[in-house]
Design a protein. Sequence first.
Length: 123
Amino acid sequence: MLRGGKKRLLLPLGWAGVIFYLSSQSGTGLELPFLHADKWIHAGIYGVLAALFLWAVGGNGPKALGTLVGLVSLYGATDEVHQYFVPGRSTDVWDWVADTVGALVVALLYYLARWSRLTREES
């Protein structure tokens, strides 16, 4: 169920478009500050995507959150396949794992915050 109408989906879908655009660019040209910094970047970018979808549609319970993580993870997997066809880019299963972990962390934090709030309201 959408919170506040279909317009809320524009933000997460727009962010998904930004991800697609960035992964369409040949090479990154970025100087990374430390080893595996790109994995943290992947986790952050896909964590933001999960948070935006949570803002748009909510997450009522573990099953809904699991579905959200699965869908964000699937988008990350398709992005990795997409990069295979972009000159100067490569497909990396560990990037996909980082995407999934970012979405999972956001979903868990959302669930814990919601559970904590509900527990306080019952007290």
